[in-house]
Design a binder for this molecule. Structure first.
Ligand SMILES: [Zn+2]
Length: 134
């Protein structure tokens, strides 16, 4: 490798047939340009904790993707369960007979791995998730 680093390459989502809104929201989520409370804390009057659940947990990407126990995210995770099957099932809590679930533990690496997927479904999941947390 040279001091110039690897050649520049466009993120995969720019090559997928996602539609403009999905592509835009995927990019916004990856760049922290979203309305999760971990970001809006700097200009709104709140403490950054999740307003969708009662966990008193910071509403960041990890919380939204895997940990938030709100009905909307239960069903979204169920709909896109194939995307998050690689998380430890020992940390999975199934909440009702529909199979809806959340995780009581996840790590930053799980968030990183999710963003590495860059599939049509992972961007659709991100788009729907941003709809929940706006
Ligand atoms: Zn929450």
């Amino acid at each position: 490798m040279t001091v110039d680093g690897p050649p520049f390459s466009l993120p995969r989502y720019l090559h997928l047939d996602l539609g403009r809104q999905t592509q835009r929201n995927g990019a916004r989520f990856r760049l922290h340009s979203h309305a999760l409370r971990v970001e809006t804390i700097s200009w709104e009057h709140h403490d950054g904790t999740c307003d969708k659940s009662r966990l008193q947990a910071i509403q960041d990407e990890k919380h939204a993707l895997f940990l938030c126990p709100c009905m909307q995210m239960y069903s979204l995770r169920l709909q896109f369960a194939d995307l998050i099957h690689d998380l430890s099932m020992a940390h999975k809590i199934t909440v009702n007979q529909t199979g809806a679930f959340y995780f009581f533990q996840a790590c930053s690496e799980d968030v990183f791995n999710f963003f590495q997927k860059q599939t049509n479904d992972s961007y659709r999941f991100t788009l729907e998730l941003m709809g929940v947390f706006f």
